[in-house]
Design a protein around this ligand. Sequence first.
Ligand SMILES: [Zn+2]
Length: 218
Amino acid sequence: MRYIETEQESLNSQWYEPTFRNRKQRHRWRRRRKRKLFLGAVLLFLAVFLFTRYLAAPIGYKGLQIPYNRTRCLRTPYTISYLVIHDTANRGVGADAQSHYIYFSGGDRGSSADFFVDDIQALQINDYYHYYTWHCGDGGAKAKINNRNSVGIEICVNRDGNYAAAVENARQLTKKLMKELHIDIDHVVRHRDASGKDCPGTMSEVDWQAFLASLNDD
Ligand SMILES: [Zn+2]
């Protein structure tokens, strides 16, 4: 004998649904579920958006912090888009990373940076997740590459230092930051690319292309 499913049985046919008395009740339940799913998706999207944009910034920075020429700004690896390379243009004896830190923490110098790199260290002087520094003269944040969406790295060029070693330290730092901030080589730029200033002046076009190419090396 052929089995004929009753209406009740067909109403019950989906395992994740409760039992319905009639079609109307099932229709109402399904409509309500659709609404709940939509609301859930919106809330999930909002939560992910807010978390990545505002909450993913690491806290508890214990490094050095310059008190001048910085702007409070909560940033995350998702809102920092560029690494801007500079050099200090200071050939003076002793103009290394430490002395630039002392100089920039000693008063309003009208500019600043996140890192100073010499032949012995890459010195971080700003908590870049919570402040941006004033390193690339960005026309009041109107430029595509600006202070707010970038981190500034200054290479020291003091004549008593080993410039090649400083560039190597800058390369290592750049690679580390690229990984941490999800930045690709196309977003590693010079101050010159950001605002047209001739910086880093010590690097020729060939040096710069070599620096970029070396970011693929270990
Ligand atoms: Zn510069």
